[in-house]
Design a protein around this ligand. Structure first.
Ligand SMILES: Nc1ncnc2c1ncn2[C@@H]1O[C@H](COP(=O)(O)OP(=O)(O)O)[C@@H](O)[C@H]1O
Ligand SMILES: [Mg+2]
Length: 270
């Protein structure tokens, strides 16, 4: 890769008491790519993504956007840089309609004589929300529908659409298809493809290997709180990626995937 990373991190650390959730993690996201982040449960994928999106403040390490160091204190800080995140524990307001959900936290308000009342510009938000959903190919009966009346896939679609609409630098998604059926997952993957098509890089956390191999340009393998490997779905197999996830395999000094067993036993013999 010759281009400068859009979003990168070096040596990130985050401890919760005795648990080290992020243990010196590195990360690089390049322009226009879909980067899959894979790893076992508890490997620290969500924690890494939270650090990159301002949802947690790391104890150590450095994060850069377009090569410049940033210090995110809250998700709002990351959003200001155009980094939008769809969290694993989906944050939507079920009783509100789709347009309100899409503009949650950045509502448009009427100008002119109405501005003193800080009155919401509902009409504009609805038109905008509809335009975004149309553009992303998300079909919903009515933009005034409360989100609680939507299927899981449609809700996920709204959350992803919100991120895609406001993200200008990167869109990060933590397990967006984990709770979805086959057809709905397919739609989310198509959506990720569209976002990439618009030139916006996407970070996709997933443990679904077929999805990862279907959509990712590169695969970041996270293990024991750090980046263990970066491989390509074009040059590596699903079995190799699974081996890297479990630690049965690693990237050797030559850059090739190798078995770990021999190394584990040296030092034990005397
Ligand atoms: N808020 C928290 N408080 C305490 N421990 C946490 C917290 N968040 C994550 N952890 C711990 O950090 C480790 C990594 O978790 P997480 O980042 O959620 O991993 P993953 O998303 O890969 O499953 C786990 O051991 C988890 O229990
Ligand atoms: Mg997680």
């Amino acid at each position: 890769m010759t281009a400068e990373p859009t979003l990168s991190a070096r040596g990130l650390v985050k401890r919760y008491g005795r648990v080290t959730a992020i243990d010196g993690a590195d990360f690089d996201l390049y322009p226009g790519e879909v980067l899959a982040v894979v790893g076992d449960n508890g490997a620290g994928k969500s924690s890494l993504i939270k650090a990159l999106s301002g949802a947690l403040v790391p104890d150590a390490g450095e994060i850069k956007v377009d090569g410049a160091t940033v210090h995110f204190r809250t998700p709002i800080d990351a959003r200001r840089y155009g980094i939008e995140t769809v969290y694993q524990d989906l944050a939507v307001a079920p009783a509100l309609d789709i347009a309100s959900n899409m503009f949650l936290g950045r509502e448009k308000r009427l100008g002119g004589p109405w501005s003193v009342f800080r009155k919401l510009d509902t009409a504009t938000m609805r038109t905008e929300a509809q335009r975004i959903l149309d553009e992303l190919g998300i079909q919903i009966k009515s933009i005034t529908q409360p989100v609680e009346t939507l299927s899981g896939g449609q809700r996920q679609g709204v959350a992803v659409a919100r991120a895609a609409a406001f993200g200008t630098k990167a869109v990060i998604m933590d397990e967006p298809t984990a709770a979805l059926g086959v057809a709905e997952s397919g739609k989310v993957l198509a959506l990720i493809d569209r976002i990439r098509g618009r030139g916006l890089p996407v970070v996709l956390i997933s443990h679904n290997m077929p999805h990862v191999f279907d959509i990712a340009d590169r695969i970041h393998v996270h293990r024991l709180g750090k980046r263990a490997a970066v491989v390509s779905p074009k040059t590596h197999t699903m079995n190799q990626v699974v081996g890297l996830i479990t630690g049965a395999l690693r990237i050797g000094a030559s850059g090739e995937v190798e078995e770990v067993e021999a190394a584990v036993h040296t030092g034990l013999s005397s």
